[in-house]
Design a protein around this ligand. Structure first.
Ligand code: BGC
Length: 293
């Protein structure tokens, strides 16, 4: 490609490109009769996923750690079309909190079919200034939290096995990862390390439990419009810079992730395990190389 054309392409802004139309179809009822737990479900991606799973027919546990009111709003939205849901406060990095959360879910809903390991946070710092506390907080929530919840889920999936008519699989785990499981991220070493860890945690569990018909996959979101990354999209200048990194030239919306999560958790995706589905408008296509290399 002639370099000048490539540069033009990268710098093209959303207002010079085709108008954005978001998908308008209703979430299909792919999860009727299934029980799901979504961690970190009171805002952002987790909230959208919990609501979509409920609209797809699953009963949902809305896990959160702070913000009772927000969690109750998510419960209300999730149950809008008849699914059951309740909010459960638990710190996913605490072994006892996680154990209690699963015990309560199994006594309330009978079992678990779908775990969405979504809870996560960022604590950004220049590498030489990053404190041990910042490192450990991010690893504890983003990586150890996924381990603890996945372990409880696998125990229940194996105990119960496949229930024909509910799902072809004994259970499904979706790990919320990031494009930063493969794209290094200066100033975010703790976060990128946690997501790189999630990638091989997910694949190693997937390999181990596949014979029991348990599917384990990740979703790797790019830049999604959530409170966690507000500074990247809030001002017009920030949004223009962000769009240089996104070939599809729009920020992702939480609904982009939620629709895919419903599908990946459903039997429509039954032969898929051990994979990361990047939902990033092409961010992992390394758009910086359009005009170089
Ligand atoms: C981060 C966002 C960031 C995106 C793309 C995500 O994993 O949570 O803050 O905008 O990656 O860099």
């Amino acid at each position: 490609m002639p370099p000048t054309y490539a540069k033009e392409l990268r710098n093209m802004m959303p207002d010079q490109l085709p108008a954005i139309h978001m998908p308008g179809q209703k979430v299909p009822e792919l999860l009727r009769g299934q029980k799901a737990l979504v961690t970190g479900a009171n805002s952002g991606i987790g909230k959208a996923v919990a609501i979509a799973l409920g609209h797809a027919g699953a009963d949902v546990v809305v896990n959160y750690v702070r913000g009772d009111e927000q969690a109750n709003e998510v419960v209300e939205a999730t149950t809008q079309f008849g699914a059951k849901a309740y909010a459960h406060r638990a710190d996913v990095s605490s072994e006892s909190d996680v154990r209690i959360m699963f015990e309560k879910m199994i006594s309330t809903f009978g079992t678990i079919d779908i775990l969405v390991n979504n809870a996560g946070l960022q604590q950004d710092a220049k590498f030489e200034e990053m404190t041990l506390q910042q490192w450990q907080t991010v690893i504890n929530i983003n990586l150890t939290g996924q381990f603890l919840c996945a372990r409880e889920a696998v125990r229940e999936f194996k105990r119960r096995g496949v229930v024909p008519g509910v799902s072809c699989a004994a259970g499904k785990i979706i790990c919320m990862s990031s494009v930063h499981e493969v794209i290094p991220w200066a100033g975010h070493a703790n976060y990128a390390a946690s997501k790189g860890g999630v990638m091989l945690l997910m694949k190693s569990i997937a390999q181990e439990v596949a014979p029991y018909r348990i599917r384990v996959n990740s979703i790797g979101p790019g830049a999604i419009r959530t409170p966690i990354n507000r500074t990247a999209w809030e001002t017009p200048d920030a949004y223009r810079d962000l769009c240089r990194l996104i070939p599809y030239k729009r920020i992702g919306e939480p609904g982009d992730i939620a629709r895919a999560a419903v599908w990946l958790a459903s039997d429509q995706a039954d032969y898929i395990t051990g994979t990361t589905l990047f939902i990033d408008g092409g961010m992992t296509l390394y758009p910086g190389f359009e005009a170089g290399g």
